[in-house]
Design a protein around this ligand. Structure first.
Ligand code: UD1
Ligand code: CA
Length: 456
């Protein structure tokens, strides 16, 4: 196989987005467009990936990290000018260079492979990925001669009426013989409606040299959607959502209402897990088998074990074991590690806490900066008082302890193994193992007090 290289064009500002965020960083299903493109490109066994950056260069670099090399395009003079910036990385190489726009997030590696096979088959110098569009407005049009051979690409703004009737569009994805690309790109001029150096002009130049120009028309128009504005962004979101959700359903996950289920492209979900509507799964999430998630639940960058049930709750940057029940209306905040067979009930907030196996906190509690052992019962209204306005302190509740309702545990403090805390206590000192701590005022009953007031 020829050596393969890829160039992602990501230097444009994206004026039509009307946004502070650079176009290629706009997320589709929670993942920036340019990252979708890079991840698919990297499936093609590339020898090199070069991303052309300009507007928001630092942000794009941060997003892709060392997955790519970067060439800076200081002024955005057009797509051919953008590709030229990769010259020092690629011009001396022999092989095939794939050029992809950073704003086509739905393009798959399979479609790029199909284009590459076509390229190989025809021994072409360039192969264009084309598609038929219902509404080709805005796209470059593929102009073929009477034999059906591609002659050139005309940009929408430069096209005459007859050319605008053509609904076969340039998807902005191509593969080139690397040497020929960097040789002829020098000849591209900017004499056109936009005063830009157009990459598609390379096709006409190669054609006029008598080189083989090929086109691969994908039946998947959806994949080639170029996102230039927020309307296209919402369409991309719909298509991507459908693609992700179908994949999970094929893998054996039940989605009760896929249109109202939002799953990140990086999520992994086990068989027979059921997801109810209004569920949003963001970032790196792993959910086990036979779990029940939702309705109206948000899970971000977390691991959820088998058979765990999470209803109307938020789980963020945490790990949850197997056979756990969470919610309704619980909030598991970052850096929490919830063990197996745990019960976390309604209106409970947990933050940066290790919560041991079989422990329970069933109602109306805040447990933060804590280490809770196994088989602990935290009664309704248990609060860890973890913050003095400046610093956070640790609460330790050892195995088998029982915390009575409406208790404050003022950290730093430890409740020993098997100890009891009486309801309504405000515990400020450590409780020894197996002790009962009562930290509240004694009850005083004033006989006939009320009756006497009314007499006055
Ligand atoms: C481009 C194609 C068009 C095709 C369409 C497919 C050209 C001239 N036109 O048009 O034929 O139908 O894509 O979606 O190539 N960029 C740079 N530097 C620049 C200019 C652009 O890096 O100087 C990047 C942009 O960030 C973007 C990509 O190139 O990711 C495409 O540019 P864009 O302005 O969106 O081109 P289109 O008008 O959509
Ligand atoms: Ca575009």
């Amino acid at each position: 196989m020829d050596k393969r290289f890829a160039v992602i064009l990501a230097a444009g500002k994206g004026t039509r987005m009307k946004s502070k965020l650079y176009k290629v960083l706009h997320p589709v299903c929670g993942k920036p467009m340019v990252e979708h493109v890079a991840d698919e490109a990297l499936k093609l066994s590339l020898a090199k990936l070069v991303t052309i950056v300009g507007h928001g260069a630092e942000d794009v670099k941060e997003q892709l990290g060392d997955r790519s090399e970067y060439a800076l395009q200081e002024e955005q003079l057009g797509t051919a000018h953008a590709v030229k910036q990769a010259k020092s990385f690629l011009a001396q190489e022999k092989g095939t260079t794939i050029v992809i726009c950073g704003d086509t997030p739905l393009l798959t590696a399979e479609t790029m492979e199909a284009m590459l096979s076509e390229h190989q088959k025809h021994q072409a110098k360039v192969t264009i990925l084309t598609a038929r569009a219902e509404d080709p407005t805005g796209y470059g049009r593929i102009i073929r001669d009477e034999t059906g051979a591609v002659v050139k690409i005309v940009e929408h703004k430069d096209a005459n009426d007859a050319e605008r009737q053509v609904n076969e569009i340039n998807t902005g994805t191509y593969c080139f013989s690397n040497e020929d690309l960097f040789r002829v790109i020098e000849q591209v001029s900017n004499e056109n409606a936009q005063g830009e150096y157009y990459l598609p002009d390379v096709i006409e130049i190669l054609k006029n040299e008598g080189q083989t120009v090929a086109a691969y028309q994908t039946p998947q128009f959806e994949e080639t959607l170029g996102v230039n504005d927020r309307i296209a962004l919402s369409q991309a979101e719909q298509f991507m959502k459908r693609r992700i959700n179908h994949q999970h359903m094929k893998n054996g996950v039940t989605l009760i209402d896929p249109e109202n289920t939002y799953i990140s492209p990086d999520a992994v979900i086990g068989e027979d897990t059921m997801i109810y509507p209004g569920t949003v799964i963001k970032g790196n999430v792993k959910i086990g088998a036979d779990a029940i998630i939702g309705p109206n639940t948000e899970i971000v960058d977390s691991i959820i074990g088998d058979r765990t049930v999470i209803k109307q709750s938020v789980v963020c940057d945490s790990e949850v074991g197997v056979d756990v029940t969470i919610g309704p209306f619980a909030h598991i905040r970052p850096l929490s590690k919830i063990g197996d067979e745990v019960k976390i009930g309604n209106f409970v907030e947990i933050k940066k806490t290790v919560f041991g196996d079989r422990s329970k906190v069933s109602h109306l509690s805040y447990i933060g900066d804590a280490e809770v052992g196994t088989d602990v019962n935290l009664g309704c209204g248990s609060i860890t008082v973890n913050y003095d306005g400046k610093n956070k302190f640790l609460t330790k509740i050892e195995d088998g302890a029982f915390i009575g309702c409406n208790s404050n545990l003022v950290a730093p403090v430890t409740v020993g193994k098997g100890a009891y805390v009486a309801a309504g206590s405000t515990v400020t000192e450590d409780v020894p193992q197996d002790a009962l701590s009562i930290a509240r005022a004694r009850q005083v009953n004033k006989e006939d007090y009320v009756k006497n007031i009314h007499k006055k």
